[in-house]
Design a protein around this ligand. Structure first.
Ligand code: SF4
Ligand code: SF4
Length: 452
C-alpha cells in the first residue's frame, strides 16, 4: 500500500488516528472513490482527502473484510478508510464539518469578483438561464468605480476577476477600463472568463494575455458545425460562427491561455457531441492547456423551462458518464485538482471573499441570479445582512446522501437555482466523475514525480 496524496491537515488534526478494536467487524468507508489502474487500485477518501494505491492482492482482501482485519490492511484503520460495520459515516463527516467551520477565518477582504460587463449577448441559446433578463451594459464610469471598489476592499491581497455576462466580450471596453485602472493602482490580479468565444481576434487575444492577465477561458460548444450554428443562433454572424470559435480557441492556446470547452448535452445533440469530440481531439487534443467536459442541460431554464422525469435523469447520468470516459480515452478530459482544504463553502455564493458585480455596480451573491441576490453596492458600505444570511442557508441532507461517496465534500445552498428540488442522478454522476478524474490527475502527477 502506498500513499499518493496525504490527508488534509485540518481533517487529520480533527480526527486524529482511528484505533482498530479487536473483535469488531470492519468494512470500507462509504466515503471512498475507487479507481482501477493497471498497477493496482486507487482509493480516495472524500472526508480525509487521502489517496492510497493498493496492490491488486490488497484490494481483493477488501472484498471479504470482516474481523479480524488482515495484517496487509491494518494500516488503513488509523487512516479512517476502514470503519466498524455499524458506524455512521455520515455523522462522522457532519462532526468534522462542524468543527472545521469553527476554524473558518472571518475574512473581511473581498478578493474574488464575478463581473457582469453586460447582460447582452451576441448569441441566442435556447437554454440560457438568463432568458428574459433585461439587457444592461456597464458604462465606463461604472467600470472605473468598480476598479476603485476592488482596490479598496481587497485587504492588500491579489484578486481573481471572473468575466461573465451575457457575453462579456460584448463589452470588452469595461474589461480594459477595470484592468487598466487596477494596474495603475498596483493591484495584482488574474482573470478567467466564461464566453462563447466568437468575438476574439488576434489583437484582442494579445490584450487578453498581456493586459487582462487571463489564465483560463471557458467556451461552450453544442455540436459540430451545422448543429452548433443552429443551436447558438448568433445575431448577424459573418461566415460560420463555429469555424470562427475554433480558430479563436487556437489563438488562445497559441497565446498560452488555457481553454476549457464545455459540451452542453441533451437528447438531441448527444450523438453529434461524440463526432465533435473526435474533431476537437484531432485539432487540439495534443495542445497543452486544452480540456473538455460535459454538462447535461440544466432543468427548468431557458425559453422553454421544463424538468426531467426520473427516468430521463437516470439516462442522462449514464450518458454523461459514458461521454466522460470517451473524453478521457481521447486524453482531453478537463479536471480540477483535488482540494487540499476541507470544503466549508458551497460556492462563491456563500463565500465571504466573493461577490458578483452587476452592470449597474450592484453587488450580488450568485452568478445565476439577477435581482434576488443583491446584498450591496460599489457605491455604499451598507450590507444587506438578511440577504447574506439567506445565501448561507443549506439544504438538509436527503435520503440519498447517506450512501453517497461525495457527501463530505457536497454542500448545497437552499437558494441555489442550479439544483433541482431533490438531488438527481445527473448531479451524483457529475460529482463522482469529477472526483474520479481528479484522482487520476493526482496519480499521474505522483507518477511523473517518480514515485512509482
Ligand atoms: S451529490 Fe446528492 S446525494 Fe450526494 S451528497 Fe450531494 S446532495 Fe447528497
Ligand atoms: S448557481 Fe448555485 S452553485 Fe452556482 S453560484 Fe449560484 S448558488 Fe452557487
Amino acid at each position: 500500500m502506498r500513499q499518493v496524496v496525504p490527508p488534509i491537515p485540518i481533517v487529520q488534526k480533527i480526527l486524529g488516528l482511528q484505533k482498530l478494536t479487536e473483535g469488531v467487524p470492519y468494512r470500507l468507508t462509504t466515503h471512498c472513490i475507487r479507481v482501477e489502474q493497471p498497477e493496482g487500485v486507487l482509493l480516495y477518501h472524500t472526508l480525509t482527502g487521502e489517496l492510497l494505491l493498493l496492490s491488486r492482492e490488497e484490494a481483493a482482501l477488501l472484498e471479504e473484510l470482516l474481523s479480524p482485519v488482515p495484517p496487509a490492511l491494518e494500516a488503513m484503520g488509523p487512516k479512517w478508510f476502514l470503519r466498524p460495520v455499524e458506524a455512521d459515516d455520515m455523522a462522522l463527516a457532519d462532526q468534522v464539518r462542524q468543527i472545521a467551520e469553527r476554524f473558518k477565518k472571518k475574512e473581511p477582504a473581498l478578493t474574488k469578483y464575478t463581473i457582469f460587463t453586460t447582460t447582452a449577448c451576441n448569441a441566442r441559446c435556447f437554454y440560457c438561464f438568463e432568458a428574459g433578463w433585461e439587457s444592461s451594459t456597464m458604462t465606463e464610469q461604472t467600470a472605473r468605480d468598480t476598479a476603485a471598489y476592488i482596490a479598496a476592499h481587497r485587504g492588500g491581497k491579489s484578486v481573481h476577476l471572473e468575466w461573465f455576462g451575457g457575453e462579456p466580450l460584448v463589452n470588452a471596453k469595461a474589461i480594459d477600463v477595470i484592468t487598466d485602472s487596477l494596474r495603475r493602482q498596483g493591484v495584482a490580479f488574474r482573470s478567467t472568463m466564461t464566453t462563447n468565444g466568437y468575438l476574439f481576434d488576434e489583437a484582442l487575444v494579445r490584450r487578453v494575455k498581456d493586459a487582462w492577465n487571463m489564465e483560463l477561458v471557458q467556451i461552450t460548444l453544442d455540436g459540430t458545425e451545422a448543429v452548433y450554428n443552429a443551436r447558438k443562433a448568433y445575431v448577424n454572424p459573418t461566415g460560420s460562427p463555429y469555424q470562427r470559435v475554433l480558430e479563436n480557441i487556437g489563438l488562445l492556446l497559441d497565446a498560452g491561455v488555457r481553454v476549457k470547452v464545455r459540451l452542453n448535452m441533451d437528447m438531441d445533440n448527444e450523438r453529434d457531441l461524440y463526432t465533435l469530440i473526435d474533431q476537437l481531439a484531432e485539432r487540439f487534443g495534443k495542445r497543452p492547456g486544452f480540456g473538455v467536459y460535459t454538462m447535461v442541460l440544466q432543468e427548468n431554464a431557458g425559453i422553454d423551462p421544463h424538468g426531467y422525469t426520473e427516468e430521463e435523469r437516470r439516462i442522462y447520468a449514464e450518458k454523461s458518464k459514458a461521454m466522460l470516459a470517451y473524453t478521457e480515452m481521447k486524453g482531453m478530459a478537463a479536471w480540477t485538482p483535488l482540494k487540499r482544504k476541507f470544503a466549508v463553502n458551497a460556492c462563491s455564493a456563500d463565500n465571504d471573499i466573493a461577490t458578483t458585480v452587476t452592470p449597474e455596480g450592484r453587488l450580488g451573491r450568485c452568478e445565476s441570479c439577477r435581482n434576488d441576490a443583491i446584498w450591496g453596492s460599489i457605491y455604499s458600505e451598507e450590507r444587506d445582512e438578511g440577504v447574506l444570511c439567506q445565501w448561507r442557508e443549506r439544504k438538509p441532507p436527503e435520503a440519498a446522501c447517506r450512501a453517497c461517496v461525495v457527501y463530505p465534500q457536497c454542500i448545497r445552498l437552499k437558494k441555489c437555482p442550479g439544483w433541482p428540488e431533490h438531488c438527481s442522478p445527473i448531479e451524483r454522476s457529475r460529482q463522482e466523475g469529477k472526483f474520479q478524474r481528479a484522482v487520476l490527475g493526482a496519480y499521474e502527477d505522483w507518477k511523473t514525480a517518480g514515485q512509482v
